[in-house]
Design a protein around this ligand. Sequence first.
Ligand SMILES: Cc1cc2nc3c(=O)[nH]c(=O)nc-3n(C[C@H](O)[C@H](O)[C@H](O)COP(=O)(O)OP(=O)(O)OC[C@H]3O[C@@H](n4cnc5c(N)ncnc54)[C@H](O)[C@@H]3O)c2cc1C
Length: 307
Amino acid sequence: MIGDETFRGELRKRITGEILFDEPAGRHTSIGVGGGIDVLLFPEDEGELMGIVAFLRRRRIAFLPVGNWTNLIVRNGGYRGALVSLTRLHGLSLRDEGKGGVLLLAGAGCPLSELVSRSAREALAGMEFCAGIPGSVGGAVRMNAGAYGGEIKDIVESVSLLDASGVIRAAAREELRFAYRNLDLPAETIIIGAAFRLRRGNGEKIAGRVREIIGMRREKHPLEFRNAGSVFKNPRDCPAGRLIEEAGLRGIRIGDAQVSEKHGNFIVNRGQATAEEILRLIALIQRRVFERTGNTLEIEVKIIGEP
Ligand SMILES: Cc1cc2nc3c(=O)[nH]c(=O)nc-3n(C[C@H](O)[C@H](O)[C@H](O)COP(=O)(O)OP(=O)(O)OC[C@H]3O[C@@H](n4cnc5c(N)ncnc54)[C@H](O)[C@@H]3O)c2cc1C
């Protein structure tokens, strides 16, 4: 249905932003793999987003929101349905709450890097742990992104959601069910923005901490190759990377998919890797780590699409 011209015309009527048909996911995923997406949509604002989502629901077309694609693997067979990019909803503003408290209000498509640099510039503390995480606000809230002792759940004040009935509503932090690298959301719910509670602090200290974290990331992470961040969640008692390295898997390769020589929990694309090679490598790691250590590694990256 998505292939026919009438349907494509209907879509074009509803959105002034970009529409890409049969778009290779590998052009977008940070790890550089993935087959064709039936349609990739870039609504320009909340109104277009609501209109397009209502249309997709009426036509019973599967859809998923995407941000910066930095935690995503699309299988070789691509995605049957629509991926809705939130990148155009990228507003960012501050609201003084008194007594040193400030709310940072950001659209779902705003890159975390922008929140980090704005906070440092304005001497606002709380956002430093996000330095170097390449995701968007929507993806970071959905994944409860975290590093260096902080997690999104620690600073979220409220989240703005487009729910499955097509209504936009605010959810306060008490309502949100965060877990390790996850926010439990009902199916078909899209995060359209979030408010983060920060506090006035010492600008030099904040900028210094941001620089320190970026430095540690450069040293420890294989940023010279395309990757999707940590592949596995850390089990309670030992980092996944250490278990993988102890199982003798550092540097192991299937085609162009390789366990990073620098950090065991990263799989890197050495050039022409395919999603299938990455998934075979993930299965191999899980099997070997279980055999050698008895630990079951749970996958952190999101895997979508057809084999
Ligand atoms: C080099 C590198 C380093 C990284 N370091 C870290 C780290 O230290 N800590 C960490 O936690 N992560 C890390 N990541 C992973 C990733 O950057 C984070 O998980 C990030 O928050 C994902 O955001 P995104 O916009 O790229 O999401 P995407 O990859 O686009 O999407 C991820 C998931 O979120 C959903 N989603 C996206 N936007 C929305 C929305 N608006 N509403 C509802 N659901 C949505 C998608 O459907 C998908 O299921 C790293 C990745 C890389 C490549």
